[in-house]
Write a protein that binds this ligand. Structure first.
Ligand SMILES: [Mn+2]
Length: 329
């Protein structure tokens, strides 16, 4: 029995890729690229090369998180604004604004491949599957349908996207298809343990100084159902960390018994960035984030406000409380 329920659209996806023969194609993702974004860029680079196109991977600000550097080592990334391309596509980027300011002036991209529930169909061809746990899962499935074998490096890149976007195969988005595709990638050379060590056992010591402060700041609201931790500009300076080092911190309060929504609020470039996590997709955090022009998935969202968190806090907690009341059974 085939346990994979495939994503539709693989045929038209490959026919578009084949039409790109001989063309320079930019492959762009979102700001602050995560494992899924980088993984799918690398996989798309391989697919387009196989189709005879000339792919160019774009990296806004030319920056990759420290625990993902090993995976990009053998690839060339360019700033999108410095590229000369005939066509371009977006991956793992729900809305074009997530790609940064440069993307505002662009004509409609040829293709978008994405899985954010709050995503928009902003491209000419949209391969949009909000039921997918990762954009890498979509591409891994397309490759599977095409019955292509991939090199170890590509299997690894796709596995990285899936393992990181599913919280090591633990979020509610993880399905039998996710696991089956991960297994196929392992058969093609992705090494689950090595990938785990590279991504999750490579934390700089400074990040633990930041974690200590974050944990000390935790505040509970509404009978302990909401838990928020705070990281200030001063915390970043005194611990020698940057905003990227907040990655994953919110998962600590998420594990506390009774907490339905965990959040982190941190200072970023004079603004406040708030990320929320839940384990209950019916709480529809994506709809909550949309009120503040943010987005993401049912259980994982983020938004930015132009105020200090201290000023925003009372409004934030009362709005979140009202949202939870409206979406709780
Ligand atoms: Mn993703």
């Amino acid at each position: 029995m085939n346990i994979i329920e495939h994503f539709s659209g693989a045929e038209s996806f490959f026919s578009i890729c084949e039409q790109l023969h001989g063309k320079r194609v930019g492959i762009w993702g979102h700001l602050h690229p995560d494992g899924d974004c980088i993984g799918v860029q690398i996989a798309m680079c391989d697919i387009l090369t196989r189709c005879g196109a000339i792919p160019l991977m774009g990296l806004v600000e030319n920056k990759v998180a420290a625990n993902l550097k090993w995976i990009v080592r053998n690839y060339e990334f360019v700033r999108p604004e410095e590229m000369v391309v005939d066509e371009y596509i977006f991956v793992d980027c729900g809305v074009i604004l997530r790609a940064g300011d440069f993307a505002k002036k662009l004509p409609k991209p040829l293709m978008s491949i994405d899985h954010h529930v709050s995503g928009e169909k902003f491209a000419q061809h949209n391969f949009f599957y909000p039921e997918s746990a990762a954009t890498c899962e979509i591409i891994a499935d397309f490759i599977e349908q095409k019955q292509w074998k991939v090199k170890e490096a590509i299997a690894t890149a796709l596995y990285v996207g899936i393992v990181t976007d599913t919280g090591k195969f633990s979020y509610s988005s993880t399905t039998a298809r996710t696991l089956a595709l991960a297994s196929k990638l392992a058969l093609q050379g992705a090494d689950p343990h090595r990938i785990f060590v590279e991504i999750y056992q490579n934390e700089p010591r400074e990040k633990f100084a930041l974690l200590q402060r974050f944990l000390a700041s935790l505040k509970f609201y509404v009978d302990g159902t909401i838990c928020v931790g705070r990281v200030t500009e001063q915390d970043f300076i005194e611990t020698g960390t940057m905003t990227d080092d907040t990655e994953g911190l919110v998962n600590f309060p998420r594990t506390i018994k009774g907490v339905r929504v965990a959040a982190i609020a941190y200072d970023r470039e004079g603004k406040t960035r708030i990320s929320l996590r839940s384990d209950d997709p019916t709480l529809r955090l994506d709809l909550f984030a949309a009120k503040f022009l943010g987005g993401g998935h049912f259980c994982a969202v983020a938004f930015t406000i132009n105020d200090s968190y201290e000023k925003f806090e009372p409004n934030f907690i009362s709005a979140l409380r009202a949202h939870l009341d409206a979406f709780s059974w």
